[in-house]
Design a protein around this ligand. Sequence first.
Ligand code: MG
Length: 383
Amino acid sequence: MRISRKKFIALAGLAGTSIILPGSNIYPYKKGFKGNDINGKASITYRKIKLNLGHTWTISRGSTDFKEDVFVFYEKDGITGIGEASHMTGAGQNAYRTIEELKRIIPVYLEADPFKFYNLTDKVNEEIEEISPAKAALDIALFDWLGKKLNIPVHRLFGLDPDKYVDTSFSIGFDKPEILKQKVQEADPYKILKVKLTNRDDEEIIETIRQVTDKPIRVDINEGWIDKEEAIRKIEWLAGNGVEIVEQPMPVSMIKETKWLKERSPLPIIADEAVNTSKDILPVAEAYDGINIKLMKSGGIMEAFRMAIIAGTLNLDIMIGCMIASSVAISAAVQLQPLARWLDLDGSLLISNDPFTGSRFHDGHWIMPEEPGIGVKEMPVSR
Ligand code: MG
């Protein structure tokens, strides 16, 4: 394209300045920019909210009918990013412990330049080495803030395709046969069922469910099988009964037996308890076909993305899973949906008093929010 000299000079002059057009998504990067210095300090608050479950929830570790999650609000420049800490029930985690952990890592986030998020997890891990949903809550709040600040949804920060989705499974907790059938019927809007097996009456549970539905079933053993010969027999039986994947069949410590199982299994074997963060993947890569990435295990979105990259190089497929949680944690996980071969994001669908709205569930799958950040809003109703 030819342009006049006069126009060229005008454009050259403009090139030396930062121009932000009205409605533009471009953020004015300035050399020497420090997030906290230019636009003021960050503040962080948190709040505990009780989430009621639609059904009492039973897995091999125990039962519960409510849970308390801790919500984090990262505020800076008049923008608030929201995060959620959703602890694993029955794993020594609870809201009080989460709050204590939050207090330890909030100073790291108050000091941090939010735009330098890549290595923030290292600084957080210096404070708390172990798995903590408090880490995830702060990370999610920060990414929500970044997205809102840049006026883009979080998935765009990672270059993901928002139109790529898979159906999510919906979890059916262990119960008596009549209640199981009722739960399956209530799960009508969902196209795939995930069934928690407890090593007691496994075949009976599947047969009961098969009396009322022919939907694909995924099973989660939560480390419940300890005999590899019995495990392979069960998997072969499950494969003949419309089960498509098996999650964490054996204890994490039984890696050799799990590898033996994987080599013979007609169904993909997925690691859940065996893999929390990126450093756990390589040591178990030969024993599994895929890994279940959960923000509450990884410590947030940044580490989950790192895990996805490593899994890809090791030919492991990705499941994205969740704890029972509100729309905050689920909408954050949905941002990474395009990375997943299998999706198990039903946490907010299992609670009856979601205090937030976020990703919309439609026709068996989650629709990627187009709003900036993770795309959630607090419900104006009282709790
Ligand atoms: Mg699991």
